[in-house]
Write a protein that binds this ligand. Sequence first.
Ligand code: IMP
Length: 206
Amino acid sequence: MKLLVATRSAHKVAEIRNILAGVPALELLDLDTAGIAPEPAEDALEPFDSFEANARSKAAYFRRRSGMATVADDSGIEVDALGGQPGVRSRRFAPLPGDAGRDEQDRANNAHLIERLTGTEPARRTGRYVCVAALADEDGREFLFRGIAEGRVVEEVRGSGGFGYDPLFVATDLGRTFAEAAPREKDAVSHRGKAFRALASYLLSR
Ligand code: IMP
């Protein structure tokens, strides 16, 4: 089976390829390999207040453009002391111009999160990463798979692996930040690992 991985994030593509590497007879194509060029309309694909609705929107859009079975990932970090923010707005948490690069935006997001939590005591710095993988299959039917990784946000960045908020997020299951973990260690306990392994189980059961 061919499956289009519909994300413009090279980090997400790499993680999803690793997580799904053992699934037999599954050929993953990313948007570049599939020849699907970026369109301005893509910036408006995730206006909703739930990971589920945004993931479905992205999967349906790229399924229409490609004609292929498509999976999209919508994910983010919910911080309890911020009432669950940034949540579905994690990618653009720090106010920067829309054309800022992803790495620049990630650095600004981390600085913004550190600042917003200044003075918050360790016990109140809990939160979680959430990932919803939406599958729009060959027949246009939709399926959702949700994964969660609990943890807490530390006061300073630690480690150089991963992406996004990983240097600030100590995963409860690892006792280290995701940026301090090897990719395989992160995938074993991460929100994305859980969501995409659930997708893999579904694909294998069909
Ligand atoms: P999306 O592209 O709307 O799904 O936004 C996802 C955003 O959530 C990313 O840009 C990161 O800021 C954050 N995020 C999601 N998953 C991860 C992760 O595994 N590590 C670090 N940050 C993540």
